[in-house]
Design a protein. Structure first.
Length: 115
């Protein structure tokens, strides 16, 4: 069960990472649409698991964009740190995961339409 502090930190991290992608997607990610679907923070607040959904651009596919996100992890964490400096004592380590739940839902919807 998540504590109030975990939920609060998760919300702050989600807002900061979403803002980062909003302002940097055209430069760093070839205008791909990157959505932060969920953030889970560990009990000791040291790790934030960030689930992202990616709508690929014409230039790069989903896996390439996810690789770019992982390569820019330090840059993203610095941005989050700057945003949360006075709100959180320690900035959690960011771990990104590809959220494929929207793809699964779309496949199920297509299968239901076929019947």
């Amino acid at each position: 069960m998540e504590s109030i502090k975990q939920k609060k930190v998760a919300e702050l991290v989600q807002a900061a990472v979403s803002e980062y992608f909003l302002f940097h997607s055209s430069m760093d990610y070839s205008s791909a649409l990157i959505n932060v679907t969920e953030v889970k923070v560990t009990g000791d607040l040291s790790i934030a698991k960030i689930y992202v959904s990616i709508m690929p651009s014409e230039k790069y596919d989903r896996k390439n964009i996810f690789t770019l996100i992982e390569e820019n992890n330090k840059k993203i964490r610095k941005y989050v740190g700057d945003k949360l400096a006075k709100k959180v004592r320690k900035i959690p380590e960011l771990r990104f995961y590809l959220d494929e739940s929207l793809d699964v839902a779309e496949r199920i919807e297509q299968l239901l339409k076929k019947k």
